[in-house]
Design a protein around this ligand. Structure first.
Ligand SMILES: [Zn+2]
Length: 290
């Protein structure tokens, strides 16, 4: 009898904690926000909709290392919330580019095949081949209800041609009539990214950094060439966009990225107030109101 009562109490607690989680997620839908998950994965809440960006949902260490670097398995940290919570709370998904640190095998398995997915044209065929049925490739501009999504061609590294194995890379802007959120994707700060940022003049810039590069000689890209924004480039962007809040991501999770959140915070700390006050470097699971 005592055991049965304890079991009932346990089920009761689990049930109500689940209900509570749902309520928390639903109650904040009117507030525009970014909930950083891990790596480049985050949930943007805008116009009462939730967009899950670049889902990487594997457990810690479940993925092979990115080659031509160290042998550390990926991701290097755990998700701060469950995969169910991430997927079920999202109304659609944006895949900036089809690389394993932006859309992994766990996401491919766990995300329902009829979930709405936005992507760049280059990746449409690949995503459809995985069985997803509700995929919209964005050439330049599209609307998701009253939310505008713009896409810009950018370069993943110096000398990128858009051919395999890297393929094409894109930045996206998500905006409503009040705010614009620019997502750099994996891009370097060349004229393409600069022009895209000038075109939008965004209020918020989600910037993929980590200073990722290969350390070993390989047939793909010379060692030391960065494939994402450097900390110095983040400062340049902040200087060139005086009204934008910079939200850096793409750190601490993948083996070929060397810049950590802690190192970036140190670097930002020594900038002038007008720059450092506009950096918001989220920890895994943190929500930033926009
Ligand atoms: Zn990446």
């Amino acid at each position: 009898m005592k055991k049965r009562s304890l079991l009932c109490l346990f089920i009761f607690i689990i049930y109500f904690s689940c209900q509570n989680t749902k309520q928390i997620l639903n109650s904040n839908k009117s507030q525009t926000s970014i909930r950083f998950i891990r790596q480049a994965t985050f949930i943007l809440t805008i116009n009462s909709k939730r967009l899950l960006v670049d889902p990487v949902l594997s457990k810690k260490g479940e993925l092979e290392p990115i080659p031509f670097s160290n042998n550390n398995r990926n991701p290097q940290n755990e998700l701060p919330i469950s995969t169910d919570e991430i997927i079920n709370s999202s109304d659609a998904i944006l895949i900036t580019h089809y690389h394993p640190d932006h859309f992994d095998i766990a996401s491919e398995k766990l995300i329902p095949k009829d979930k709405k997915i936005f992507c760049q044209p280059y990746d449409l065929k690949m995503i459809l081949s995985k069985g997803f049925t509700n995929v919209k490739s964005i050439d330049k501009e599209t609307f998701w209800g009253d939310i505008k999504i713009n896409r810009f061609e950018v370069h993943h590294h110096e000398g990128a041609t858009g051919t395999p194995p890297f393929g094409e890379s894109s930045s996206f802007s998500i905006s409503n009539k009040n705010k614009s959120i620019f997502i750099t994707g994996d891009a370097i700060l060349d004229s393409y990214l600069k022009n895209a940022l000038l075109n939008i003049s965004p209020d918020f810039i989600v910037a993929n950094t980590g200073e990722c590069s290969f350390s070993q000689v390989n047939p793909v890209l010379s060692p030391g060439i960065t494939m994402t924004l450097t900390k110095e480039e983040l400062i340049t962007i902040a200087k060139e966009h005086q009204n934008a809040v910079i939200i850096p991501m793409h750190m601490d999770a993948i083996n070929h990225c060397s810049l950590s959140k802690e190192s970036l915070k140190e670097h930002v700390k020594f900038q002038v107030k007008s720059i450092k006050s506009r950096f918001q470097i989220p920890f895994e699971g943190e929500t930033i109101k926009l």
